[in-house]
Write a protein that binds this ligand. Structure first.
Ligand SMILES: *Cc1c(COP(=O)(O)O)cnc(C)c1O
Length: 348
C-alpha cells in the first residue's frame, strides 16, 4: 500500500552529486561546476537588486534575458524559452510529450535524469547502447523512432563529442522531437544551433550552470521554433524563473568575453590533466567538456573514489552498468588539479 502512484513508489529518484555544506573544505570535482567565479558584471547586477523588484511577480517570459540571449546567438527572442535550470526544460519536454505507450529514446550511458523523468511520466524509455568508442548509434536511434529523443552533446559522463552530421541525420529521419542537450557546449568545438533553424523538430538546450559559473542561480534556456515553445509554455509554471535569476543571467550571457576566457583556461587545464592521468596509467576518454571520464589502471574505481573522499577530494563514481570501473572528474583550477594528481599518485 502506498499513498503514491505505483510508478512513483517503484522508481528510484535521481541522485545528484553530493553537495557538502559550505564551510566544509572539500575540493569539489563531482558536479562539473565551473571552478571560476561568475562574471563580475553579473555579480554587480546581483548587488543592485532592490526590494521593489522582489515585491512584484517576475516576468513569466524573462524578456530581458531573452533579448540578451537573442543578441548573442543571433536568433529572434521568441525562439528562446527559459527554465529553472535546463533540468526544468527537460522536465517540461517530457511532461508535454510523454505518456504511457509513448517512447523516450536516448543513448546509454548518458544523463540519468532522462530516465527519471520518463519514469515519472509512465512513458517507456529505450536506451540504445553507445559503442565503446562513443560514436553515436545513429541507425538504432532512428529505428527506435521515439516520440522524443535526447542526445547530450557533448555527452556526459563520457565527455565525448557528438558529430553534428550525425545529429543532422537524426533531425532529418526522426518523426518525433530531437532534443540536443548542449549543457557542455561552452567547452566544445562545435554546436548544433543551426539545426534548430533548419528542422522543425529540434530543441537545443543550454544552461548557465557550467560555462557561466552559475549553477546555484538555476537558469537554463532552450532555442527552438516558436510553435514548439508555445506547447512547452502550456506545461510550465508561470514563474519558473525568478526575477533575480533572469536579471543576473542577462548580464552573464552578455559577457561572452569573460565566459570564453574561463573556458579557454579550463580547456588548457583539461589537456594537462588528461596527460597526467595517462602518465599514471589511466585510460582517458577524449573530452569536449569540463570533465574527464577515466578508468584507473586496476579498474578499482570505487576504492579510489572512497579514498579520495576520505582525503577531502570529491569526484563522481557511478554504480551503473559500464561505469563501475570508471570515474568522472571535473576539471578544477590548476591548483586543485595538482592536488588531485599528487593525491592520486600517493594512493596508487
Ligand atoms: C548539468 C547538466 C544539465 C543540467 O543543468 P542545469 O541547467 O543546472 O539544470 C543538463 N544536462 C546535462 C547533460 C548536464 O550535465
Amino acid at each position: 500500500m502506498s499513498y503514491f502512484r505505483k510508478s512513483i513508489h517503484e522508481m528510484s529518484g535521481y541522485v545528484p552529486g553530493e553537495q557538502p555544506g559550505t564551510g566544509t573544505r572539500f575540493i569539489k570535482l563531482n558536479s562539473n561546476e565551473n571552478p571560476y567565479p561568475p562574471s563580475p558584471k553579473a555579480l554587480q547586477v546581483l548587488r543592485e537588486i532592490d526590494g521593489e523588484m522582489l515585491r512584484r511577480y517576475p516576468d513569466p517570459t524573462a524578456k530581458n534575458f531573452r533579448l540578451a540571449a537573442s543578441k548573442v546567438f543571433g536568433v529572434p527572442d521568441d525562439w528562446i524559452g527559459v527554465g529553472n535550470g535546463s533540468d526544468d526544460l527537460l522536465n517540461l519536454i517530457v511532461r508535454a510529450v510523454g505518456e504511457p505507450g509513448k517512447q523516450v529514446v536516448y543513448p546509454y550511458p548518458t544523463y540519468v535524469l532522462y530516465r527519471t523523468l520518463t519514469q515519472i511520466q509512465e512513458a517507456e524509455f529505450i536506451e540504445v547502447p553507445y559503442p565503446e568508442d562513443y560514436q553515436l548509434p545513429v541507425g538504432l536511434l532512428i529505428a527506435a523512432q521515439g516520440a522524443v529523443t535526447f542526445i547530450a552533446s557533448p555527452n556526459s559522463p563520457s565527455g565525448t563529442a557528438v558529430s553534428i552530421a550525425d545529429l543532422e541525420k537524426l533531425a532529418k529521419e526522426l518523426s518525433g522531437i530531437l532534443v540536443i542537450d548542449e549543457a557542455y557546449v561552452d567547452f566544445a568545438e562545435a554546436n548544433a544551433l543551426e539545426l534548430t533553424k533548419k528542422y522543425g523538430n529540434v530543441i537545443i538546450l543550454r544552461t548557465l550552470s557550467k560555462g557561466y559559473s552559475l549553477a546555484g542561480l538555476r537558469l537554463g534556456f532552450c532555442i527552438a521554433n516558436p510553435e514548439l515553445l508555445a506547447q512547452l509554455n502550456k506545461v510550465k509554471d508561470s514563474y519558473n524563473v525568478d526575477a533575480i535569476a533572469y536579471a543576473v543571467a542577462a548580464s552573464a550571457i552578455a559577457d561572452q568575453d569573460y565566459k570564453i576566457a574561463n573556458a579557454e583556461k579550463i580547456k588548457a587545464s583539461r589537456s594537462k590533466l588528461a596527460i597526467s592521468f595517462k602518465e599514471l596509467g589511466f585510460q582517458v576518454w577524449p573530452s569536449q567538456t569540463n570533465f574527464l571520464l577515466v578508468r584507473p589502471p586496476q579498474g578499482d574505481a570505487e576504492r579510489i573514489y572512497q579514498t579520495l573522499k576520505a582525503r577531502g577530494i570529491l569526484i563522481r563514481y557511478f554504480n551503473q552498468p559500464r561505469l563501475t570501473d570508471k570515474l568522472r572528474i571535473t576539471v578544477g583550477t590548476e591548483e586543485q588539479n595538482q592536488i588531485l594528481v599528487k593525491t592520486l599518485t600517493e594512493i596508487l
